[in-house]
Each structure stands twice: as structure tokens, then as C-alpha cells.
Design a protein around this ligand. Structure first.
Ligand SMILES: [Zn+2]
Length: 360
């Protein structure tokens, strides 16, 4: 396997978030405090792919928060990114339907989690300051829009059961965030996070440097998911847990060009690969790209100059980290084969210009 290390690149100075309300503070911090590494290796289709990563807490992290292994392994081409790179440990047990406990009553009206987390919108929708009109093509998508999963079913959590351990030094804020996130999964999907007893493979939730997670289940042993400083909020915990369940970033979808435009000229030098588009063989797509997805980047993520790096083709906000969109839930329920008895997502739209995030 030919492996080319392009060396260390000094972290270019990004346009730092200009106030505390901007979501990706932690993202920029993670990236700029660590030099970027580039490695070119054959992906699962056999084609060479250059991937950028930084060393955070002894992990090789790409696209802000996706762990692909140790830096040593990553630089030698052993990248753990199921559906994109071979190498993730394969499971013998396929996912199966699970018995679903009686559903809890959906919460009534609470919607957005917290103030100060509204994504920046540079092109407000015409005609409505409160709730942007959704593109007709998305509204017409059967089964709800959105959802990008990896293409290796053997990295799913068997039966939708995810054993977890909370690290002893997990901060109270992170503990609360992940608890709320898990409650939302339980309320709206058949996935079940359960305290680990003797299961071989499990999540360990830690307060590391920023936020990160592997994509999918690695196999046996502990795999860490970090909710460090700046990440201690429910929506971010949902984002990381979705990675652990097997979901990738929404903007990486193989069909993303029909919904967003990537402006590489505005991206921090050395971080262009964060906007790599998957090939159709590398992802399972559910519906169309979901502008409301908690897995979608914001408009200026990784921007070197404050200008847009990811522009939706219609003027809607993107990059929310409040909670599930309907599309996120539809994708989880499909990927984990939730039985129809599971409660449907609550129908009420979220007020305040955030699209269709699901109340919790
Ligand atoms: Zn992510």
C-alpha cells in the first residue's frame, strides 16, 4: 500500500469565532492548536484519497471530530473509517431488531436547548424571519430527508444496544449533556444506550480535548467519545453519538452537489480535505441532504477569511447543534431497523428560524 505523508503543515490562522454564540469555537481551537497532517492512502474503492488529520489526545482526528485511529496508525495508512477506508474490525453479529420498551410520552413544547447556540446565518430566508421556507424537493421527500451512514453494516451496534461507561472524571456538564442526548435517542428511536456490564465492545464517554468520536462500532474493547470543553451541550452530544452509531457528516454525502456548494477558496490552508466528497460506494444515503441535520457543517466552518465554505443552494440556516432533525431520526430508525411501533418524530416545527429540529 503506497502511503505518502505530506508532512506537517503549520495550522493556518482561521477566522476565529467572533463571539461566544458561534458554535464552532471548539472546532477551530482543536484544529489550530495542532498541526495538520496529510496522508494519501487507497480508500475502500481502491482510489487514492488524501485525508487531513490532527493529533488530539493521542488520536488522529479528521473533519473536526472524527477519530480515524492513532496518529501512528493513520500515518501508516491504517485508517479506521468504515465505509471510507477498510480496516475497521468486522463483527460477526449482524444488526437485528430489538424489543422496544413502551414509549415515553413525547415532551410537549420544549424545542431549542439553549440560548447562545443559534448558527450564524448570512442569508436569511425571504419572507419569514422566524421559520425559513423549506425547499419543496425536501418537503416532498418520502420518509423524511437526510442521513449519511457508512456502508459497512458490521460496524453497527448489534441490536441497537450501545453499552457505555462514563469516565470518572467526566465533568458534570458533559454528564448532563450526554444524559439528555441519550434520553432523546430513547424517546425517538429504538437505539438503547445501556450502562456496560460485561459487554466486549463499549463506549467510554470522556472529557477530552474538545469533541470527537469514532464512526461506528470498532469491535471489542473501549472506544472513547469525548465531550470536552465547548462540547458540553445536548446537541453536540447527539452529534458525537450519531458518529458512534455509524453516521458521517452530512456535507460529505456523495450527492451533496445537488444541495450545497463547497467554496474551497475560503477554506483554511491544509484543511481542504475536510470537505472531501464521498463516492457512492462509500456511503448509504437516506433521503436527500438534510439542511437541518445536526451532522451538517455550518456555513463558515474551517473558513480562513470569514467567508462561506459551505453554501446551501437555498437560503436556509445550516449547522445547527440543538438536536435531532426529522431527517436525522429517520436515518437512525432506518439504519437500526427500528420497528414501526416506535413513536414517530413529533410534528411541531421548531420556532426561531432553525428549521425542523425535533422537540425533546
Ligand atoms: Zn462530527
Amino acid at each position: 500500500m503506497a502511503t505518502l505523508i505530506s508532512g506537517l503543515l503549520a495550522g493556518a490562522g482561521p477566522a476565529l469565532a467572533d463571539d461566544d454564540d458561534d458554535l464552532p469555537d471548539w472546532l477551530w481551537q482543536q484544529q489550530t492548536e495542532h498541526p495538520a497532517n496529510l496522508v494519501t492512502v487507497p480508500d475502500i474503492t481502491g482510489r487514492p484519497r488524501t485525508i487531513g488529520f490532527v493529533d488530539i489526545d493521542g488520536y488522529a482526528v479528521t473533519e473536526g471530530d472524527i477519530v480515524i485511529g492513532s496518529p501512528t496508525d493513520a500515518t501508516s495508512g491504517k485508517i479506521r473509517l468504515p465505509g471510507v477506508f477498510p480496516g475497521a474490525e468486522r463483527l460477526a453479529v449482524p444488526p437485528a431488531r430489538i424489543a422496544v420498551p413502551p414509549p415515553e410520552a413525547p415532551a410537549a413544547t420544549s424545542t431549542r436547548q439553549a440560548a447562545g447556540t443559534t448558527p450564524k446565518v448570512t442569508a436569511p430566508p425571504a419572507g419569514s424571519a422566524a421559520s425559513p421556507a423549506r425547499p419543496a424537493r425536501l418537503a416532498a421527500c418520502p420518509g423524511g430527508p437526510g442521513g449519511t451512514a457508512t456502508s459497512q453494516d458490521d460496524t453497527l451496534w448489534p441490536g441497537g444496544k450501545v453499552p457505555y461507561v462514563l469516565a470518572p472524571d467526566l465533568t458534570p456538564a458533559a454528564r448532563e449533556a450526554v444524559t439528555l442526548a441519550m434520553q432523546d435517542f430513547h424517546r425517538h428511536t429504538c437505539v438503547r444506550f445501556v450502562p456496560r456490564t460485561d459487554e466486549a465492545g463499549y463506549l467510554t464517554i470522556v472529557s477530552g480535548t474538545g469533541c470527537y468520536s469514532y464512526v461506528g462500532r470498532l469491535g471489542t474493547g473501549s472506544q472513547e467519545l469525548s465531550l470536552g470543553k465547548g462540547c458540553e451541550r445536548k446537541g453536540t452530544a447527539i452529534h458525537e453519538l450519531l458518529h458512534a452509531l455509524g453516521f458521517y457528516h452530512e456535507h460529505s454525502r456523495s450527492d451533496r452537489d445537488s444541495a450545497v456548494t463547497v467554496h474551497l477558496e475560503n477554506v483554511m490552508k491544509g484543511y481542504e480535505t475536510q470537505f472531501h466528497k464521498l463516492s457512492p460506494e462509500q456511503n448509504h444515503l437516506y433521503g436527500l441532504l438534510d439542511y437541518d441535520s445536526v451532522m451538517l457543517y455550518g456555513q463558515t466552518f474551517f473558513s480562513a477569511n470569514g467567508r462561506d465554505t459551505l453554501l446551501p443552494l437555498v437560503p436556509v440556516p445550516i449547522g445547527q447543534r440543538q438536536g435531532f432533525s426529522r431527517g436525522d431520526l429517520a436515518a437512525v430508525r432506518t439504519l437500526y431497523r427500528c420497528p414501526p411501533a416506535d413513536p414517530p418524530p413529533a410534528p411541531a416545527p421548531a420556532p426561531g428560524g432553525g428549521g425542523t429540529s425535533v422537540p425533546s
